[in-house]
Ligand binder design. Structure first.
Ligand code: PMP
Length: 294
């Protein structure tokens, strides 16, 4: 199944009001989203048949659409019901959930004021984002930087922003790394290509202030989990020359969950107490073995 192309699978995709057989859930080649990246999306995971932080993901999808200047064709409550139904229909307990909305085909120029907004939800099985997760992943530096808030709508989870992520991830993989660390437009440490980043020094967590990239739902969860363990968390500007001063590093994301980092461009980290505790706490939380810290 894992090697099966995404357009050639069994099952159903909820699309524009109904469940469509998976292979028939198609769009026309002249779709605004494909030419002008007018698409917003969510990546969510379900554990034990329940989507973790589903409502917050739905709220972010609505907010991303707003930032991109359009409104979803459903309410948040309807979106929640659609996602729940799509997960149930997939028959999967543990799954990845992709909800996305995009501008259609009425206009095919930069302007697309009146294009229909389409919405779809697809659910598929997905294991660990990174193989051999607990050993820690090896990262390199990305050549691309996160753009300034007045250069791109950086708080939207919008397709266009992933152009530099795919370029950076491909370059990393070409060189044998799992991922890349992106700096921001000021040269500060920002995030990985699809996950936020944390560092440990002397028992304290340091993480970049999310002022030009997504303040991930997993990031916010990890901060709460750390604080529940009385671990101090400092959100601040982190410069690349500090990377060698940290002992541990991990990244967070709905897909990546909490994934320890073993290297960033020759600087070695040893996944240790704090990374292990947060990997465990996150797993306990999403699998319902622990309740959300207050
Ligand atoms: N940054 C980027 C670029 C991402 O794609 C993601 C994944 N959505 C994140 C951060 C983490 O966000 P979340 O924890 O909400 O999945």
């Amino acid at each position: 199944m894992a090697d099966q192309p995404f357009d050639d699978r069994d099952g159903y995709i909820w699309m524009d009001g109904e469940f469509t057989p998976w292979r028939e859930a198609k769009v026309h080649v002249l779709t605004h989203a494909m030419h002008y990246a007018s698409c917003v999306f969510e990546g969510e995971r379900a554990y034990g048949g329940r989507i973790f932080e589903s409502l917050r993901h739905s709220q972010r999808l609505v907010r991303s659409a707003e930032i991109m200047g359009f409104e979803l064709p459903v309410t948040i409550e309807e979106l929640e019901a659609i996602k729940t139904e799509a997960l149930a229909k997939s028959g999967l307990d543990k799954a990845y959930v992709r909800a996305f909305a995009w501008r259609g085909s009425e206009m095919m120029g930069v302007s697309a004021q009146n294009n229909t907004i389409h919405l779809a939800v697809a659910v598929w099985p997905w294991g660990d984002y990174f193989a051999e997760k607990m050993k820690g992943i090896h990262m390199t530096h990305a050549e691309w930087r996160r753009p300034a808030p007045d250069t791109a709508p950086c708080h939207a989870k919008a397709a266009g922003l992933y152009m530099i992520c795919t370029l950076s991830k491909h370059a990393a993989e070409r060189d044998g790394y799992a991922d890349a660390l992106m700096l921001d437009y000021r040269g500060q440490v920002a995030e990985a290509t699809g996950a936020n980043i944390f560092f440990v020094r002397d028992g304290v967590l340091h993480t970049p202030t999310p002022d030009c990239f997504l303040n991930g739902i997993t990031r916010q969860t990890a901060i709460k989990l750390a604080q529940a363990r009385q671990i101090e968390v400092i959100e601040r500007a982190i410069m690349p020359d500090e990377l060698a001063t940290f002992s541990e590093c991990f990244i967070t994301g709905s897909a990546a969950e909490v994934t320890p980092v073993a290297e960033i461009g020759g600087i070695i980290y040893k996944p240790s107490d704090i990374s292990e505790a947060l990997v465990q706490d996150y797993s306990d939380l999403v699998n319902g073995r622990m309740s959300f810290p207050a």
